[in-house]
Design a protein around this ligand. Structure first.
Ligand SMILES: Nc1ncnc2c1ncn2[C@@H]1O[C@H](COP(=O)(O)OP(=O)(O)OP(=O)(O)O)[C@@H](O)[C@H]1O
Ligand SMILES: [Mg+2]
Length: 271
């Protein structure tokens, strides 16, 4: 397919303040755009960029779930509009850094079934890449066969596209250094996991999924690191190397895109 394709997901935790409703971090968005542009300038590659919804999506969807409003067309429109606003801001900075980006919307491409991807049209993504564009998707809402509407998380979209297009690498930039044995923000006992391979996979799946139940906080609706880990495992089982790193730290996005060895968790289930 594409020999040098990278899929990069930048977390909503990096580009927004998840504690404040619709609070973007333009300086972080600008820094990350500069880092992507620098990596591109040094050595061009194919890139699909996906960003999270952060505080432009999670709180609204949380409210919808609590009030059983997942089937409300008006609420659906409100969330789609809200996450588009964050997307526009990101696109503005990418373009200002001369990156040929174009947005693709989940509502056009994705059909969900009970919150998981039932189908995703990858042709438009491929065709944009073939023409030298950077397709940009984001954590969004999409149509669900069973539930009318549901969340298409950025992590979910990233895994699906990376696996389907046989990306060389799937990179997740988030607000912690990588995968830990428990949430590093909750205690000092969390141990950093630098490598996930065939040998330690089952043990780590046990440790991280046990903690999944406890980690969800009130305004996060897409499972945080434990669910991200499951998507990474899914991609890695299909031959995509995955890396999760701290994109809040300057130069990490650049270095990850350049393929440098960084402090991160590497998931490789091929060797
Ligand atoms: N075992 C774990 N290892 C690392 N982080 C964990 C773990 N369990 C829970 N977390 C939490 O997961 C958070 C990262 O997931 P989160 O969904 O908040 O970010 P994101 O995916 O980058 O943002 P968004 O969902 O808006 O795109 C970390 O801030 C951390 O507190
Ligand atoms: Mg998340």
């Amino acid at each position: 397919m594409f020999k040098d394709l990278k899929v990069l997901k930048i977390g909503g935790s990096v580009i927004t303040d998840k504690k404040q409703w619709k609070k973007a971090k333009p300086r972080e968005i600008q820094r990350i755009s500069v880092e992507i542009a620098s990596a591109f300038k040094e050595k061009p590659f194919k890139l699909v960029l996906i960003h999270g919804a952060g505080s432009y999506g999670h709180p609204l969807v949380d409210e919808m779930r609590k009030e059983k409003l997942l089937s409300s067309p008006l609420k659906f429109s409100e969330v789609v509009f809200s996450v588009s606003e964050l997307n526009h801001l990101f696109l503005k900075h990418l373009l200002a850094n001369k990156l040929p980006c174009v947005q693709l919307k989940a509502v056009d491409l994705v059909k969900l079934r009970n919150g998981e991807i039932a189908s995703l049209q990858v042709e438009p993504v491929k065709e944009c890449l073939e023409r030298g564009l950077i397709p940009v998707l984001h954590g969004d809402m999409a149509l669900d066969e069973k539930l009318t509407f549901n969340v298409a998380s950025g992590d979910m979209l990233a895994e699906f596209i990376a696996a389907r297009l046989k990306a060389e690498e799937l990179l997740f930039g988030t607000d912690v250094d990588g995968l830990y044995t428990s949430d590093p923000k909750l205690g000092l006992e969390a141990q950093f996991i630098s490598e996930v391979n065939k040998g330690n996979l089952n043990e780590l799946l046990g440790i991280v999924s046990k903690e999944e139940f406890y980690t969800s906080n009130s305004t996060d609706v897409t499972g945080r690191m434990p669910k991200k880990f499951r998507y990474m495992v899914k991609a890695a089982k299909q031959g995509v190397k995955c890396v999760v790193f701290n994109a809040c730290k300057p130069s990490m996005v650049y270095r990850a895109l350049r393929g440098e060895k960084i402090r991160a968790s590497y998931i490789n289930l091929t060797s």
